[in-house]
Design a protein around this ligand. Structure first.
Ligand SMILES: [Zn+2]
Ligand SMILES: [Zn+2]
Length: 303
């Protein structure tokens, strides 16, 4: 089953010729999700050949323009191209207000159902649970209230041995229980334990999207580390004071988070346009956390 990430944009505040504003596409078990939607995201989706109409949920981290201004255009393009499928948008209240105001101004609203879920964004915690994936929203530390999103692939705790389970007449409910590592009662009254018919399965893959934020290590240490972490690195240590003032992180700080949280790999993003050469940020991070790479438009990763 697939778990793919595609970076659509990773520039902070201002786009450059090479870098779009914040947006990422995630495909997990053939379900499609968008993380943030900076201006120009619909063009980037077209350039990458991604299936816009199959998008099911859009997650917006916070109400800074470089993370949501692409919504009006994207939402109406999907309508113009004949979308019927419903769409859920998890976003702050002010982003909902912006969309409603915009639709009133242009006296038009997309024809397909759109559920704008500000409650899930506000409450945080487990905000999406599907067969294939769970999404957790956590609080970040930024100039505005901001959410980070962690995607965890749902895998069965136990992989059952087909030959062994053949000898029992098990219902679908019983199979589901066993796959979760539980015991079930058979028709003759005896208990069948998951260990008798299976073994512990592989751990699910996971991905965390953390932008924009100061480092929030104490929050993260309470949560299992993901395989891959995208962490903003707007500045280098040379501009640390600026990072603190604008509530962003440096490349070193992102690397320290990766190291202490215990992730397998780190992707740096949300770069200030003041750095024409991102090598500087990469080297700074790699001196603390080797398995680091720089995000760029079109970077694709299979987790
Ligand atoms: Zn930003
Ligand atoms: Zn911001």
């Amino acid at each position: 089953m697939n778990f793919q990430l595609c970076i659509l944009g990773c520039s902070s505040a201002v786009p450059t010729a090479e870098r779009g504003l914040s947006a990422q596409w995630l495909e997990i078990h053939h379900k499609h999700y968008l993380l943030d939607c900076g201006e120009g995201t619909q063009i980037r989706i077209r350039q990458e050949g991604l299936p816009m109409q199959r998008l099911s949920v859009i997650f917006i981290s916070h109400a800074h323009a470089d993370h949501f201004l692409g919504l009006p255009g994207l939402l109406s393009t999907m309508d113009l191209l004949g979308r019927k499928k419903s769409l859920r948008i998890v976003c702050p209240e002010s982003v909902k207000e912006f969309l409603v105001h915009y639709w009133n101004t242009v006296d038009y609203q997309p024809g397909y159902p759109i559920e704008i879920d500000v409650e899930a964004w506000k409450e945080g915690g487990l905000i999406l649970e599907e067969d294939s994936v769970q999404v957790e929203a956590i609080s970040l530390k930024h100039a505005l209230p901001c959410r980070g999103f962690i995607f965890r692939e749902q895998r069965d705790a136990f992989v059952l041995d087909k030959e062994k389970i053949k000898q029992y007449e098990l219902s679908n409910t019983q199979l589901k229980e066993l796959k979760q590592g539980n015991s079930v009662q058979l028709s003759n009254g005896t208990l069948l334990d998951a260990n008798q018919v299976g073994s512990i399965g592989p751990a699910g893959r996971s991905y965390a999207y953390l932008t924009d934020t100061r480092p929030v290590l104490q929050t993260l240490l309470k949560i299992p580390a993901p395989n891959v972490l995208y962490h903003e690195a707007t500045f280098t240590e040379k501009h640390k004071e600026r990072a603190k003032k604008t509530q962003h992180s440096t490349a070193s700080e992102a690397a320290e988070i990766a190291e202490k949280w215990g992730v397998s790999s780190l992707i740096l993003g949300h770069f200030s346009v003041r750095y024409p050469n991102l090598e500087e940020l990469l080297l700074e991070a790699q001196s603390l956390f080797k398995n680091t790479q720089i995000a760029y438009n079109g970077l694709r990763i299979e987790l």
